[in-house]
Design a protein around this ligand. Structure first.
Ligand SMILES: NC(=O)c1ccc[n+]([C@@H]2O[C@H](COP(=O)([O-])OP(=O)(O)OC[C@H]3O[C@@H](n4cnc5c(N)ncnc54)[C@H](OP(=O)(O)O)[C@@H]3O)[C@@H](O)[C@H]2O)c1
Length: 189
């Protein structure tokens, strides 16, 4: 029953998206994200869900947060709609939180039972695609919460300009099997 948030943010401003796009293209980081969520339960906000390739979600049980109770997912058998985030308080398995900003914030800033136990913090230090237009979406409030309420468990694992590390919520027991899985994925990315 472990909750894991995973994001990749831009180093200087915590940007994670422009409009519906992630404003960089780092194949090793996209693969790492796909490996982390592979075979897992994963929750997205409706906007991110609509921008993620269905191929990446093939082996996942997907939960889509939306205020629209009539929302139809691309694959109603596998991808389920949730309109009240409190439903995740007593979630039975492990849950991976895949964004976007509204959803990270709702979990990080939510009730203690919603807060992720672990954050996979990936930080991209390179240039952002300046050609994109649209709203600039950052997760500074989530990063502030992470720095205050979590401790950094691992060193940075650096690849292709992205530094990734695990952060764990202070004062809580964390399931070792989940940590072990994430460590192995970090080391092999
Ligand atoms: N770099 C990364 O790691 C990363 C990861 C994921 C996403 N992104 C980027 O993030 C951006 C999208 O983020 P976003 O914040 O704009 O959108 P989002 O969080 O993906 O989706 C927002 C939508 O989710 C629903 N929602 C959110 N919180 C809810 C709650 N508590 N209860 C019920 N429904 C809720 C609402 O859907 P309705 O409008 O249908 O009611 C809301 O409009 C994109 O640019 C994407 O590429 C980046």
């Amino acid at each position: 029953m472990t909750k894991v948030a995973i994001w990749c943010r831009h180093e200087t401003d915590n940007l994670i998206g422009i409009g519906t796009d992630i404003p960089w293209h780092i194949p090793s980081d996209s693969k790492f994200f796909a490996d982390v969520i592979n075979g897992q339960d994963v929750v997205f906000g409706r906007k991110t869900y609509e921008s993620v390739s269905p191929k990446v979600l093939e082996n996942c049980a997907v939960w889509v947060l939306t205020g629209d109770k009539d929302y139809e997912t691309r694959c109603p058998k596998a991808d389920k709609v949730v309109t009240d985030i409190r439903a995740f308080k007593e979630f039975e398995g492990d849950l991976y939180i895949g964004g976007g900003a509204q959803v990270y914030q709702a979990f990080m800033d939510g009730a203690p039972k919603l807060m992720p136990d672990i954050v996979v913090d990936c930080v991209y230090g390179g240039a952002v695609n300046a050609a994109l237009s649209g709203e600039r979406i950052d997760i500074t409030p989530c990063v502030d919460i992470m720095k205050k309420k979590y401790f950094k468990l691992t060193d940075d694992f650096d690849r292709d300009g992205v530094k990734a590390a695990l952060w764990v919520k202070k004062g809580d027991f964390v399931e070792q099997s989940v940590l072990k899985r994430l460590r192995l994925l970090l080391e092999s990315r």
